[in-house]
Design a protein around this ligand. Structure first.
Ligand code: SAH
Ligand code: SF4
Ligand code: F3S
Length: 449
């Protein structure tokens, strides 16, 4: 009988990409991939640790998995950033975990599974003396690029590609550099070839991933820059879109803006993580730009790429943030007019500089600021949405809408969701839609020729 595996994903697109790689590895080992834990022999929990809430979710899920393990002997494998951060410590709370595996070790899954099987044999034979032997912990990483694994995205329309690993920025609030190590980038030729393969397989969207995409090329040869990489991929023949996350505002060079402006294949949606609108807080965050420099970048993006939509990440309640500082954030939100913003309350991460700062902000103040920020951003998103009224947009059809089964869901190049009535066979195609209704987060329209 064939065996089943489930992969549960938390966190960012990098984890979504790594989960696809894990599924591919398991399929190659002969496993069926299922979403049903109750039918699984092997459950992977691919974790995140960027904010405190992440751990709470993971603990909840581990409790659920323990029951499956007790009932049917389901193996529990924990991968991703929380696994990397906690390592062996996790076993104290959850001795039910079979394998703890860091980000850079997923290519060693077959090896780890073999070890677990051997342990199983020893247990069956009643010979296990050292209890620690029951678990496999692989959380090391080195300066080399991890082995390439071509993920299969199962006929989805988007393929994501890791262009680089790690982060050297050490923003003072952030744990990512500690759990993903130092930056290393994959040579350009290899990436362009990989993108060609994905386009040939029929993917309609190529998403480039790195913690700081526009640092791409560090450590590679001259000419291997992010702008040249984008151009190289845009030059591949075929009808597809290129997206990328995340760029760092400090490193957003003019050559990248020019390449986007020149190539309609590069999506008209750019993520520009603000974090804070206050120059003082930005400095304490070690972000490397001021409020004014950030606003200049926004102006430049909007003037050189007139149809661009911007999105952002914002943290409220960073240590020492005054009401005045927070108002600077609101001011930037008004001026930048983002399409969407991911907004977070500052969350202490152990081992980071900001975690040690004395002037931590009270929970109530953080909550209040987050609410005020969300309501301002909702107003702005609503305004941006209304601008689409009557326009004809070329959208990529993603399939049936989850909320409204009679409708198809699609996205514009600027990353706006558009719902419309149409034949399900349009999935994976680009179609032109005339927008006739604009809600804050969703547009509605009809197909035009
Ligand atoms: N490398 C990417 C993503 C970083 S994590 C980038 O730099 O854009 C995604 C977002 O989580 C960050 O942009 C930040 O807004 C938020 N974040 C990171 N650490 C945080 C913390 N300690 N508390 C609250 N939000 C945090
Ligand atoms: Fe974290 Fe800053 Fe690196 Fe992004 S750039 S991953 S926020 S340290
Ligand atoms: Fe989370 Fe790791 Fe991504 S901490 S946000 S999964 S890089």
């Amino acid at each position: 009988m064939s065996k089943n595996a489930t992969v549960i994903t938390y966190g960012c697109q990098m984890n979504v990409n790594e989960s696809a790689k894990i599924r591919t590895i398991m399929e190659d080992l002969g496993y069926n991939i299922t979403e049903k834990i109750e039918e699984s022999d092997m459950v992977f929990l691919n974790t995140c640790t960027v904010r405190e809430g992440a751990a709470t979710k993971i603990y909840g899920k581990l409790g659920e998995l323990k029951k499956a393990r007790d009932a049917r002997g389901t193996k529990i494998i924990i991968t991703g950033c929380f696994a990397q951060e906690q390592g062996k410590k996790l076993l104290q709370k959850f001795p039910c975990i079979d394998i703890i595996m860091g980000n850079q070790n997923i290519s060693k899954i077959p090896e780890a599974l073999e070890k677990i099987e051997k342990v199983q044999e020893v247990i069956k034979a009643g010979k296990l003396r050292d209890k620690k032997l029951k678990h496999v912990v692989l959380t090391g990483y080195d300066d080399e690029l991890p082995p390439r694994i071509d993920a299969d995205f199962n006929n989805d329309i988007t393929a994501s590609m890791t262009i680089g690993y790690g982060c050297n920025n050490f923003c003072t609030y952030c744990i990512v550099p500690y759990v993903r190590g130092r930056e290393k980038y994959i040579p350009m030729e290899e990436l362009i070839n990989q993108a060609k393969e994905y386009v040939k397989k029929g993917y309609k969207e190529i998403m480039l991933l790195a913690q700081n995409v526009n640092s791409y090329g560090k450590g590679l040869s001259e000419g291997e820059t992010f702008a040249n990489l984008l151009q190289g991929i845009a030059d591949i023949e075929g009808d597809f879109l290129i997206r990328f996350i995340s760029p760092h505002p400090r490193d957003f060079t003019d050559d990248v803006i020019d390449v986007i402006a020149r190539n309609p294949k590069i999506a008209r949606s750019v993520h520009v993580p603000l974090q804070s609108g206050s120059t003082k807080i930005l400095n304490d965050m070690n972000r490397g730009y001021t409020k004014e420099q950030y606003l200049e970048l926004v102006d430049k993006l909007k003037s050189r790429i007139p149809d661009v939509a911007l999105s952002t990440d914002i943290i409220v309640g960073f240590p020492g943030e005054t009401e005045e500082n927070f108002k600077d954030t609101l001011d930037v939100v008004k001026k930048a007019k983002y399409d969407t913003a991911f907004m977070f309350m500052y969350s202490i991460r152990t081992g980071t500089k900001a975690g040690e700062m004395e002037e931590q902000i009270e929970e109530e103040v953080k909550k209040d600021r987050l609410q005020r920020l969300i309501s301002l951003q909702t107003e702005m998103s609503n305004e941006v949405s209304k601008e689409y009224y009557g326009k004809i947009e070329r959208v990529l059809v993603e399939g049936a809408s989850r909320k409204n089964k009679d409708m198809l869901s699609s996205r514009t190049s600027s990353n706006k969701v558009v719902l419309f009535k149409g034949d399900p066979s349009l999935k994976g195609q680009f179609v032109n839609i005339k927008i006739n209704q604009c809600k804050t987060w969703t547009l509605y329209g009809e197909v035009v020729d």
